[in-house]
Each structure stands twice: as C-alpha cells, then as structure tokens.
Design a protein around this ligand. Structure first.
Ligand SMILES: [Fe+2]
Ligand SMILES: [Fe+2]
Length: 243
C-alpha cells in the first residue's frame, strides 16, 4: 500500500474523507469523517477538544465550515464529540442538524450545545439528504453506550460503525493491513460489555450489504476484511465475560 500523508485529510471514496488527527504517541486514534453530498455536508463523530484544531484544518481544506449541514453523533464520549459545542459555534448555522439517539441527546446537552438535536429513534432511524441520499441509523445498544448508533450510507454501502470494529495499537494504519484482528480484539475486550451483546449486533449487521466499515478508532476495513471482522467478532469474549 502506498504511503498516505496523514497530515492531510484522506479521501476514502470520492465523497467520504477521513479528517482525523494522527498522534504518533497515541495507541488510540480517533477517526472523524466528512461525507459530502451536494448541498449537504455531514461530519461524523467530530472528535475531542484537543483534536479540534487539526480536524477543523482538514475540514477547511475540503469545505467551508458553514457548508456543514449535519453532524452525526454515535454516542456521547468525549473522544467522539467533546468538541461539539465549539464545532457548532464555528459552523454558525441556525439550521445545523445534529443526529443522535435520545439516550445520547440527554447527555449531549451537558457539552453546552445550543441546537436541538434530531432524535433518530423518533424518526424511524432514517434521514434523507436533500439529494435524496438515504442514511440509515442502526441502533447498537450498549456497544458501548445505551444510545450508541452506527450510520449506514446506502449509496456507497459504507458503515460508520463508531466504537464497534475499533482497535487500539501503537502500529496504527488508516486502512487495515496485516493482523488487524488482534488490536481489534484488545479494544473490544476492554470497551464492549459482553460477547453475547456483541454477537447479536454482528448477526444484525450480517444482513447488510457492506463494502467498507469506517470505525471511530482503528483502521478502515474494506472488501473481504468486512465479513472477516464480522464473523470474528461473533465469537469474541469481552467485557463481563473476561472479568
Ligand atoms: Fe466510546
Ligand atoms: Fe471512541
């Protein structure tokens, strides 16, 4: 695989971009993504306060902040959305939509946001962008938060999976290579509640046509690695199983 310049944004497809901060000292990397669809620009899991300057610089290389119409928040963790109130200020749009589950929205308010978030669970777990592009939200309760969701973009068959399929490793790569399952196991053992809850989610995902998985930590999975990871996580003991 050719070297990728991680100091800039990275195009995953023509309309999906990684805009994360590569911290060489960290074992846990965060992956915010930008999805561009004509008049709509969606920022997915924008990240933490310390990551904000890098994420915003990479966003600005691609679009103007005020072009961002939508922010999708998979759950309330500080690495996922600690910068949400700052991001909201910089975007400065009254019509900014923040998509999240009700169980997440209840907690998001404590970040000091001003927008009224859109509860995906009260809107059939679906959203349609102005172009007609359909986003589906998949409820993944307790993986690892009571309001956790993943986002499925039907057009590119891409799953923004949040912490699920995340990984922790000093030797991080943006796209999976080598033995990518090992660092994935370590993350799931630490952060996911139980193998049975994880397995149920994997069964649900088996019914989706997925070309790529874009997790909030770890590496992007494509091609055969998608099914390999889903099958693998169906049987992984984690959380309370190994206490
Ligand atoms: Fe999390
Ligand atoms: Fe996370």
């Amino acid at each position: 695989m050719p070297d990728i310049d991680l100091s800039d944004s990275v195009a995953v497809t023509s309309d999906i971009h990684w805009v994360g901060f590569y911290d060489e000292e960290a074992r846990l990397h965060c992956n915010p993504y930008l999805l561009i669809d004509g008049e709509d620009v969606a920022l997915i899991d924008p990240g933490s306060i310390p990551h904000f300057p890098t994420v915003m610089r990479k966003v600005i290389d691609i679009v103007s902040p005020e072009d961002i119409s939508t922010i999708i928040i998979s759950h309330q963790d500080p690495d996922v959305c600690g910068n949400l109130a700052v991001m909201e200020d910089v975007i400065g749009r009254k019509d900014l939509k923040i998509f999240a589950h009700s169980n997440t929205i209840r907690l998001l308010r404590h970040y000091g946001i001003r927008s009224t978030p859109y509860a995906v669970d009260k809107n059939s777990y679906k959203a349609t962008l102005k172009s007609g592009r359909a986003l589906e939200f998949i409820f993944t309760p307790y993986l690892h938060s009571p309001g956790a969701i993943a986002t499925y973009d039907k057009k590119t068959r891409s799953l923004f999976s949040s912490d699920i399929f995340g990984a922790v490793s000093k030797n991080w790569s943006l796209f999976a290579q080598g033995d990518f399952l090992k660092p994935m196991d370590e993350f799931h053992r630490l952060y996911m509640p139980s193998g049975s809850i994880l397995a149920r989610c994997m069964e649900n995902l088996s019914g989706l046509e997925i070309d790529r998985i874009l997790p909030q930590h770890g590496s992007i999975l494509e091609g055969a690695n998608v099914q390999r990871a889903i099958e693998h996580l169906k049987t992984l003991p984690c959380g309370v199983d190994i206490l």
